[in-house]
Design a protein around this ligand. Structure first.
Ligand SMILES: C[S@@+](CC[C@H](N)C(=O)[O-])C[C@H]1O[C@@H](n2cnc3c(N)ncnc32)[C@H](O)[C@@H]1O
Length: 305
């Protein structure tokens, strides 16, 4: 198994988190601990709580962070359970969320995330819940169409959904290769897409659905803001436009304060965040060359007032 994952926008994340101020930081997406290790190295006075829903990632990160054992606590939790699991360590001087999948998840055939590797059609980041194979074998054509359209922005959503429903009547779609074959033969080639696999959007959409990624993100933003100390930093790195839009809108709303429904005026004393990044921070050319997976990353940072 390839257990490497190159941390994305690392210097930028640390610059916005400013761990040299000391205090306790929450890495809500510990993964293989790349950002966490750099933070602990950069700030000897900082403590870190690392959370992830993936027990396999937590075990690998624990080994990597062993030398910081007296400053680190690792917890298995998805975003919906963060407050319950780590709330007793709040308030945090900063919260980092580096969303999406890790290279460990993507590159391990048995996790079923990738159309490039044959494995069971699973795609769950954590334990429990439905697998991608469950969704593909039970959802209706209309439900599959919705998922592909909404989460994958797949222009041929209905055509692919219909092909899946027809194929599964013949035999189960149980592996990543089974699904990739159905999608590749159903989709018509489209101009401008010559360099991406036709299964890309469908796989992304299913992954988002299996892991309820948008609901989870919404929970993360709610809970992180409640657990931040005054002047605490919230840094979120997202990898597709649906996530980035949610982060951008939530930051904007919390930075604006409550709007009086009658006068339409905003009450500035109810402002909760200050947005620190006017535009999303994106990786430079050198980073994208060295780590193509960073290509779609966008970082947004805010400060708790
Ligand atoms: C891009 S990786 C993080 C990599 C990490 N920053 C590093 O440098 O090694 C994203 C991690 O977030 C975790 N994750 C994604 N969504 C999650 C959620 N809703 N709750 C908890 N963990 C989540 C995944 O399991 C994965 O390990």
């Amino acid at each position: 198994m390839d257990a490497r994952h190159i941390p994305v926008l690392l210097a930028e994340s640390l610059a916005w988190l400013a761990p040299e101020r000391g205090g306790t930081f929450l890495d809500a997406t510990l993964g293989l601990g790349g950002h966490a290790e750099a933070l602990l190295d950069a700030a000897p006075a900082a403590r870190l709580v690392g959370a992830d829903r993936d027990p396999q990632a937590l075990a690998l990160a624990a080994a990597r962070l062993a030398r910081f054992a007296d400053r680190v606590e690792l917890v298995e939790a998805d975003f919906g359970r963060l407050e319950e699991r780590v709330g007793h360590r709040a308030p945090f001087a900063g919260v980092l969320a580096d969303l999406g999948v890790s290279s460990l998840q993507l590159d391990t055939a048995g996790r079923g995330f990738s159309f490039r590797r044959e494995g069971p059609l699973d795609m769950r980041m954590g334990r429990g819940g439905s697998t991608a194979a469950d969704l593909v074998s039970t959802l209706s054509e209309a439900e599959l169409t919705d998922i592909f359209r909404q989460y994958g922005e797949e222009p041929q959503a209905r055509r692919v959904a219909r092909a899946i429903v027809e194929a599964r009547a013949e035999r189960p779609i149980a592996t990543t290769a089974d699904l990739a074959d159905v999608v590749r033969s159903a989709r018509r080639p489209m101009r401008g897409e010559e360099r991406i696999d036709p299964a890309t959007r469908v796989f992304q959409a299913l992954r988002i659905a299996v892991n309820e990624e948008l609901d989870q993100l919404s929970e993360l933003l709610d809970q992180a803001v409640r657990m931040l100390d005054h002047d605490g930093r919230l840094v979120v790195i997202s990898y597709h436009s649906l996530e980035d839009r949610e982060v951008k809108n939530r930051f904007r709303d919390l930075a604006r304060g409550e709007v009086d429904p009658i006068t339409g005026r905003t009450h500035s004393e109810t402002r909760i965040l200050e947005v620190l990044t006017r535009k999303p921070v994106r990786p430079g050319e050198a980073e994208v060359d060295a780590n193509p997976r960073s290509r779609s990353a966008r970082l947004r940072a805010s400060r708790r007032l």
